[in-house]
Each structure stands twice: as C-alpha cells, then as structure tokens.
Design a binder for this molecule. Structure first.
Ligand code: PMP
Length: 296
C-alpha cells in the first residue's frame, strides 16, 4: 500500500528503492518513541503540483526536533526541495508526504548523536473518509502539557492517539475526541476540532493541543470570509450543544462530524460554515506556495 517495486525514498542524503531502505533494530525511536515527524499533502494543479504549506510543516519539524534535543541536519529549504524531488521521482502529484526523523542505537535515556532523516510519499485518500464522522468522547485524556511538549509532533505521543481511536472504533464509532486535563475539549486523535454555534465558530485555544497548520489555515480563511471565530476553552456540554462540528488536519482536511456520543448535530453539513470553509480550503491547497514550486 505504501510502496511498490518502483518507489523511491530519501534516506540520509540518498535516493533508495523503498524495498532496500532499512534501519537498525536498536534505535532509540523504535524502543522509546523519541523521534519526530510530519504529515504533508501535495495537490495536483494545472502546472504540476503544489506541496501545501511545505515550509510551515518543515519549520514545525525543526521545532519538534529542537524540543526533543534532536539536531536535524537539513535546513527547511533543503527539506522542501527534497520533497519536491521525491514526488517527481515517484511520479506523484496528489500525495501524502511523510518525513520521519529517527534516532540511532542507544538504549540510554539521553539525546542520541545518530540522527536519521527518512522521507517517503504515497497516494492517500482523505483520512477519516468523506462521510460525516461518528465521534466518541474518549476515556483517554490528551497528553498533559506538563509531561510532554504537546505542540511538538513526536512519535511517542501517538500511542495516546492510537489508544483513543482504538477505543472509539471498538465501540462502533469512527473517531475519538479527547478532553484535556482540565476536562475541556482538546482535539481528535490526529486532527483539530471546530464547533459552530449560532453562526459563529469556536475552536480550543492553544496549550493542550497540537496547533495544526490546517487549523491555522481555516482560522485565516474564516477571517477572510468575515466569519466570527473565537479560540477559547470549550466544555463537553458546549460541544454537545453545538449546531455543527468538524475536524481539521492535513490528512483529514476539513471533515464533518455528524455526531458525538449519542448526540447528532442539527445543522446539515452543506448548510454549515465548515462546508463553506472546506470549499475554500480545497481551492487554496492547489495554489498556495506556488512560488516555491517554480523556484525549485
Ligand atoms: N492534532 C494532532 C494530534 C495531529 O496529529 C494533527 C496532524 N498533524 C493535527 C492536530 C492537525 O495538524 P495539521 O493540520 O498540521 O496536520
């Protein structure tokens, strides 16, 4: 699914067939989850393709690495151009790009000198699909900001997401919504959340969430459209009392939430602010960052 005999990947400065790329079983990332990664999408357009917000994603990769004491040996610009080359080499246009920074052998709980950079890409449909999502409030709490850097995209953080999603799916739901340590709504397992109430939008403020690049884009688009949007703590009852809600994320894009637990939202997706923003988002992803594409 992720690669075939013709797939090339980038590994530490080399272009390798995916089937020949490998790594040590003694790495710190594999044993303890100390690694950082990104999820980026590219979209086909009239002149080829556009990697949406490529610079922002690699800036976040650098930020995550720095917080985890990992020295990333490539600049943001280098990583952006490697990503364009990766898609060219694999004849991909609509694609999901996965950079992973993982560490070499070290069983001690300390920073590791050997830093590996792996970048691969594959075709990936909209994560969470196109149908409105049945979400469940998770019994798992979102990671505590005093225990981990919640604003960093760290490999090990995703065990929290996997537990929440697995619980939701085992109970017949599509996705989880996690509350933070104060009991407020934080986010989905791999996406931010917005609610609509009386013609206004609300989204959890920063602090207990991964502040997504799609979240930022949607906030900017809402401002452009003159939609009133507030970042603030959202209670569980405010969520359940919303007219409509949606997730945002690079993989999920802008995805409607049909219901939370047993509560179905009254407003139809097509009549909601989220739907308007989704239409705008689809336009924007194809042509933003065009300048970068022509330079490379
Ligand atoms: N929250 C979590 C926990 C995520 O994993 C993601 C996906 N990166 C997001 C939110 C959305 O972030 P972005 O819009 O940057 O993809």
């Amino acid at each position: 699914m992720y690669y075939n005999n013709n797939t090339f990947v980038f590994l530490n400065g080399q272009w390798l067939p995916a089937k020949e790329a490998n790594t040590s079983l003694y790495g710190q990332t594999l044993h303890y989850g100390n690694g950082v990664f990104e999820g980026i999408r590219a979209y086909k357009n009239d002149v080829g393709f556009n990697i949406f917000k490529a610079h922002e994603h690699f800036e976040r990769l650098h930020y995550s690495a720095q917080l985890m004491h990992i020295d990333l040996p490539y600049s943001v610009d280098e990583l952006v151009s490697i990503s364009y080359e990766l898609l060219d080499k694999n004849n991909l246009t609509d694609a999901y790009i996965r950079p992973l920074v993982y560490l070499g052998a070290n069983m001690a709980l300390e920073p590791v000198k050997e830093v590996n950079v792996f970048i691969c890409a594959w075709k990936w449909e909209k994560y969470l699909g196109n149908n409105p999502i049945k979400a469940k409030i998770s019994s798992y709490q979102r990671i505590h900001p005093a225990s981990q850097h919640v604003e960093a995209k760290v490999v090990g953080h995703y065990t929290n997401s996997i537990l929440a999603t697995t619980e939701a799916k085992k109970n017949g739901y599509d996705e989880a919504i996690l509350l933070d340590h104060t009991g407020h709504v934080s986010e989905g397992s791999g996406a931010n959340i917005f609610i609509e109430k009386n013609g206004e939008l609300f989204t959890p403020s920063r602090g207990n969430i991964l502040p997504g690049i799609t979240r930022r884009t949607v906030i900017d688009l809402a401002r452009e459209l003159g939609i009133k949007l507030t970042e603030k703590p959202i209670t569980k009852s405010q969520l359940l009392d919303a007219d409509c809600a949606f997730f945002t994320g690079t993989a999920a894009e802008v995805a409607p939430i049909a219901s939370v637990d047993k509560t179905t939202f009254p407003l139809h997706w097509e009549d909601s602010l989220g739907y308007n923003l989704y239409q705008m988002y689809r336009q924007k992803v194809q042509y933003n960052d065009l300048q970068n594409q022509t330079i490379i």
